[in-house]
Structure formats: C-alpha cells, structure tokens
Design a protein around this ligand. Structure first.
Ligand code: ADP
Ligand code: MG
Length: 706
C-alpha cells in the first residue's frame, strides 16, 4: 500500500504488459533497435536477421513475465478481434529436453484458416488460406486470461490472393494516404521540415453496467446484447440526476479495476464519469496515433467485459440496450499533426489570419460534404440503427458544427471575400469575489452535431459503442486525403499562390457551406432544412451500405490504394449478411422468449384470475374487476400470439430470399416491424401481470438496482 491507499503505483505499472520502445531499447542491440525505429516511422521491412533478434527479445521478455503462448492478434470483419494461440514449445532434442523458441518468421507472418471469417465472396470456403502479418507500428503486449499469459502481436489479415480481410489494413493504407497528401499542403506553406503527418484519435467509450445475475436471466441480453422486451421503469433519465453524478461504490471499484488493467496495457485511461442514462458510464483515454487508438479501443472494450465478471457485473456495449433511455456511442476525436508536433487543426488565436488552417478546414468541409454518405456508412452497425436519428445522440444526417468563431470567419470569407477579424472568448464573470474570473472559449459546445469542431480536432459522434473505430477513421483519412490531393494538384501549379489559395478557400467554403449546421440536430425542422439543402438522410445500415460501391467511392478508395473495388463489394456484401444475421438472431430470441417464457407466464396469471373469479362467484361476491382484467389480459394475449405467429412466418420466408441484399432489406422492412408488433402487447402485459409471475427481471431491476 502506498500513501493514497493504493497497492500499486501508476507510473510503475503503466505499460508493464507492453513491449514498449523503451524495452526494445534496453534489450536490443543498438543497430537492430535503430532499424526497428526506422521501419516504425518510415515503413519498409526488417531484415531477416534483425527480425530473429527482435523475436527472441520479445519471447524472452514474454517468458520472464509468465507467457507460454503467442498469438497473431487481428481484426477480421466481424468487428471484434481474433486470435489463435501457439505455445513457444518446440521439438524436444534427443534427450527429451525442450527449448522454448520464437523466430522472426513466426513474428512476421502467420497463417490463419480464413474460411470461417466473413469475406463477402472474396474467398470461397475451399480457398481457406489467409495470412496475418505483423504491424510493427502497434506494440506487442501480454494478455492474461484463463489460458495463462499470451504474447499478443497486432497483425493485419489478408487472403491468399492479397485482399484485405480485416479492418487494420485499410486503416494503415489510409493513414499513409492522408500523410502524403497533407505533406503536400504544408509544403505549399513553406514547411520543408516535417516528415510525416499522423492522424490522431481519442475515442470516448460509453457503456452500460448491469448486475450479472440479472443479466443471466435474460436470453435477449445473452444472445443479442440488448433487451428485446421490457416496459419502461417508472423513472427514466428525466431528472438528469445520473449524468456526472457521484459514482456508486460498486461501479467505482469496477472502474478502478479497469483503469489498472488498461494502464498495464499501456492504454492511457484518463476520464471516467456517469453518463446520461441510468447505469450508463463513459471512459476516455488520451488520444494517440489512429492505428494504436483502434487497437487500444478494442482492448478497452475487451477489458470492460472481462473485468465486469470479477465484480459480478456485466458490461453492455450495445448501442441501445434499453428502450426509452439514451443509447451508447463512441465520440471519435480526430486530428492531424506533423511528426514535429504541429496540429493542422489548430486554428490559433486568430483563425482569420491562419491561411493554412483555413485551407485545411475548407478541404475537410468539402470532404465531408462530398462523402457524407460514406462517412455515415462508416459509422453504421446494426445496433446503431436504433440510435442514429432516433431523437438522441447525433441524427442520421451528417452535418458539421463549427461554432461561433469559425462560423463567423466562414461567413466573412463567403460574403466579402475577406476575413479580417475573429470573435474572441470573453471573460466569464462569476460574480463571486472569491472565484477567479476565467477566460471563456470563443465558442460554446453543441451536443447534437454528428461532426463537431471542438477546439483543435473534429469529434465524429455517430460511431456506435460496440463498433470498431477502424472504419470511421479509414474513411475520414481517405476523404480528407482526396480533398488535400485535389487542392495540392491545383495550388502546386498556381502562378500566384497567395491569390490561388485565397480563391480556393472562398470557393470551397461557398460550395460546401450547406454541410455546416450549428443548430439543434434533433429537431424536425433540421430534417426538413437538410432535405432542402440536399444533404443525404440515410436512416439505416442497409441503406447506408450502398455508399460503399458508388462510382465516387470506388474512385476515391482505388486512387489511394485503400480498398480495391473487389474489397468494397465484399464489404458491402458482408454488411448485408451481418445485418440479416443479427436481426435473425433477435427475431428468433423474441420468438423463443415469447413462446417459452412470456406467454406461459401470462397463461399462469389468467388461470389464477379465473380461479379467483370462480371462488368469488361461488360465494356470490362481486368479481367485475377480476373479469375485466381477465378479459383485457386475454385480449393482449391474443394479440401477442397473433404477432408471434406472424413473426415466425416472416422470418422463415425472408431467410429464403435469393440475394444477401434482398434478405437484408426484407429483414429491415418486414422482420423488424413484426418484432415491434410482438414487443408491444408483451410490454403492455408486463404492466398488467403480477410482478412475481413475470419470468425475467424488468427494467427497474436491470438499470436501477446495480
Ligand atoms: P471534450 O471534452 O471536448 O470532448 P476532451 O479533452 O475531454 O474533449 O477529449 C476527449 C477526447 O479527445 C480524449 O480522448 C482526448 O484525448 C481527445 N483529444 C484531445 N485533443 C485531441 C486532438 N488534438 N486530436 C485527437 N484527439 C484529441
Ligand atoms: Mg467529447
């Protein structure tokens, strides 16, 4: 125990399970270490001998820390991570002695049977070979679980024919593209020293925590991660007493445990607080390179789930676990900075004078406006359909919030061609002599915008809480790379750079101003206004999937070598397949629960009522109330049974449709409404039937009794 009552020291445990650059420096010969650093920063590959040296150092460190296995850790298109563990064990010698070993070849390349991962037609089942390739830019780490300690090597995942079967490969490709194009922009402004531009990402992760025993009593939570039935609790989030509220002891202990695990893994868990909905919380790490942020976010999600078990809790990462209260998302904070620390999204004190910033901003607005459909698609997942556009979180329509200061600069430029001043934040006068007056930001926050400028970064808020943040960042990098490229193509040729850049900023802002919206994104008026502006409003994941294979999308991604057309088609196919599979599981879970749990419970209740009525009748007592209730309950029971039959039928029919696309649309347009029709009478019955007879924990118990 130290003075603070903790039996650990944060500085000491931080990164203790990571083979950090520092550890490589200590353990590798200087030349090899230098080679590693060079490849990490500038690309290329390690020589075979160096790879062997690195592998041996990693293995020694891992074994010293209790590891018995290693794994190529990768991110297939399921959205989560995958691993196949191999022991460091080798053939024993003649005397039967075995020496643990790990070669450079094993570090760099792995073979994984790819046939059971989604490939969207890129690979037939009989062509099962897939390869995992070490991503040297993301550090290896140790994972401790029931199988012991495993050395995890972040890798990319390819098919035998070289197509990406994962989320990391396109992300890495997009990071290179945006770096290259951003360098062209800053070179135009005379920067000849920066060597690289890196996309940085800080994802704020929202989640729900519920009691594990109650969780285990609900098949919907077990199979789908969300409640498919449930009448609202008498109290929701209307008192706004949970957001930033004092953290309860049981949750606090859980959060502390997560932080310790994450710090050991080198994740800078920084901010934690209660969120808007009851039982909802948030964790945010400090931002880092996009690639590492993506890997770390996977570790955050995995750790949240794992640690919950130790506390008798379950962590729900689903975007909408409970109807009627807020769902969960992930605010993806994104910026671009040079290797020598210049943030291209930093407006400075007077953005009107900062021409480079204004060009970058104009390019980003152009990118988001041109590819609003793709960006929307990048944040689509099955659960997020219940959130985006559903009167909470960001709407399904993409728009950009700039805030008063930048909005004013844009207005000056568009209207007069000259921006000669910037609004400055005033002093906040507290009116209390003992409180210091503070300087306000030049701009207030806006909570409803899906894509908000927040000081020196953009915050993309549409991403779902359970989703990988790889796709949103791949798309962001790609669309911005394209607009930087188009700007650089033109400006590099200009005779009068100053005039050309000025004209370009004005033109871009004028042409793409429609994407800027500073008002209330939840309002009905915005939906109408956005339609007038011609902004796409894409309500669902299956509709959003079409954006992947438009001509404009294929041109963009092929130009920068981020996705081939075949990879885009396959991803679209996987989106349809995934959607249908998830909704199918939800529908079948509802059928199961309704037939085996709810309807029998209600029948039990009607039997009790009938018995009571018979008894009351036999003594000549009044039983009007009981009769009325019985009739009401029977009415709803009829409705539920009809809806159950209808749902069962539609699922069988839809499953037989010939193409993945038709299936996905039918699941959305036919199965989902049939699910809603079953939920309604069951939820109504929950309000009529004796609580003691209800077969599963209700909303009160799930979200208020944690
Ligand atoms: P806010 O409260 O405005 O959302 P925070 O400072 O709490 O901002 O940051 C939220 C997330 O954004 C954190 O993960 C933080 O590290 C990250 N972040 C801060 N600055 C940047 C930046 N320049 N680029 C990317 N992410 C950033
Ligand atoms: Mg934020």
């Amino acid at each position: 125990m130290n003075e603070t009552g903790n039996n650990f020291n944060v500085e000491e445990i931080f990164g203790s399970k990571v083979f950090t650059i520092g550890k490589m420096k200590e353990r590798l010969p200087k030349t090899v270490y230098r080679e590693v650093v060079k490849v990490m920063g500038q690309g290329g590959s390690l020589s075979k001998t160096s790879a062997d040296v690195v592998a041996k150092a990693m293995k020694d460190w891992a074994i010293e820390n209790g590891a018995t296995h290693y794994t190529h850790w990768f991110q297939p298109l399921t959205g989560i991570t995958a691993e196949k563990q191999d022991a460091f064990v080798t053939h024993p010698d003649e005397e039967g002695k075995m020496l643990m070993d790990f070669s450079g070849k094993e570090l760099i390349k792995g073979e994984a049977d790819a046939s059971s991962f989604p490939s969207g037609g890129l690979r037939a089942t009989f062509e099962a070979r897939g390869y995992t390739v070490w991503d040297i830019t993301s550090p290896v780490f140790l994972k401790e679980g029931a199988t012991g300690v495993v050395l995890c090597i972040p890798t990319a995942f390819y098919s035998y024919t070289g197509e990406a079967l994962d989320k990391k490969t396109p992300l890495l490709r997009s990071m290179e593209a945006v770096s290259e194009q951003a360098l062209r922009i800053i070179r135009l402004f005379g920067n000849n020293t920066s060597k690289k531009v890196t996309a940085s990402v800080g994802p704020e992760q929202e989640y729900f925590i519920i009691d594990r025993e109650k969780y285990l009593k609900r098949k919907d939570l077990i199979f789908t991660g969300r409640t498919l039935f449930g009448a609202p609790a008498p109290k929701g989030q209307e008192l706004e007493d949970h957001y930033y509220g004092a953290i309860r002891e049981r949750i606090g202990a859980y959060m502390k445990d997560i932080n310790i695990e994450l710090w050991k893994l080198g994740v800078t868990a920084k901010t934690q607080h209660n969120e808007v909905a009851p039982a909802q919380h948030e964790l945010a790490p400090i931002y880092e390179t996009a690639n590492i942020a993506v890997d770390h976010n996977q570790l955050v999600m995995e750790t949240m789930k794992k640690v919950a078990g130790r506390h008798g809790l379950t962590c729900l990462l689903h975007e909408k676990p409970f109807a009627g209260v807020n769902g969960s998302g992930k605010h993806n904070n994104w910026s671009l900075s040079t290797d020598d620390g210049i943030n291209l999204l930093d407006p400075g004190v007077t953005p009107n004078d900062n021409i480079q910033f204004l060009l970058v901003l104009a390019c980003i607005l152009k990118a988001v406006d041109t590819h609003a459909d793709l960006l929307r698609q990048s944040a689509a997942d099955v659960g997020n359909d219940l959130r985006l556009g559903a009167d909470e979180a960001p709407p399904a329509i993409l728009s950009v919030f700039l805030g008063d200061q930048l909005d004013d600069v844009v207005a000056q430029l568009v209207e007069t061609g000259i921006a000669d001043h910037s609004i400055q934040g005033e002093k906040l006068v507290t009116g209390v002599s003992t409180l210091t007056d503070i300087q306000k930001d030049a701009t207030d926050r806006n909570r409803t915008s899906p894509f908000a400028f927040t000081g020196n970064k953009f915050e993309f808020r549409s991403v779902g809480s359970s989703d990988s943040i790889a796709s949103p960042n791949t798309t962001l990098n790609a669309i911005v790379a394209e607009s930087f490229c188009e700007a650089a193509d033109e400006l590099e040729k200009a005779d009068d750079f100053e005039q050309a850049v000025h004209d370009m900023i004005k033109k871009y802002l004028y042409e793409h101003r429609r994407i800027i919206f500073n008002g209330n994104g939840y309002s009905k008026e915005w939906v109408e206004e956005a339609a007038r502006r011609g902004l796409p409003n894409i309500p669902s994941m299956v509709e959003a999937a079409e954006a992947l294979t438009t001509e404009k999308s294929i041109r963009l991604f092929e130009k920068f070598g981020i996705y081939t057309k075949a990879e885009l088609v396959s991803r679209q196919e996987i989106t349809y397949e995934t959607y249908s599979k998830y909704i199918n599981i939800e529908a079948k879970t509802m059928i199961d629960m309704a037939s085996k749990q709810y309807i029998p419970a209600v029948i039990g209740f009607t039997k009790n009522l009938a018995d009571t009525i018979v008894a009351l009748n036999s003594i000549g007592a009044d039983c009007a109330v009981q009769k009325k209730l019985l009739s009401d309950v029977s009415g709803k029971l009829n409705e539920a049974t009809d809806a159950l039959n209808a749902l069962s039928e539609v699922v069988v029919r839809v499953e037989k449709l010939p193409t993945e696309k038709e299936k996905a649309f039918a699941f959305k347009d036919e199965v989902k409404p049939a699910m809603d029709s079953l939920r309604a009478p069951i939820d109504a019955l929950e309000m009529m039937v004796d609580e003691k007879l209800w077969p599963v924990p209700n909303y009160d118990e799930l979200i208020f009794e944690v």
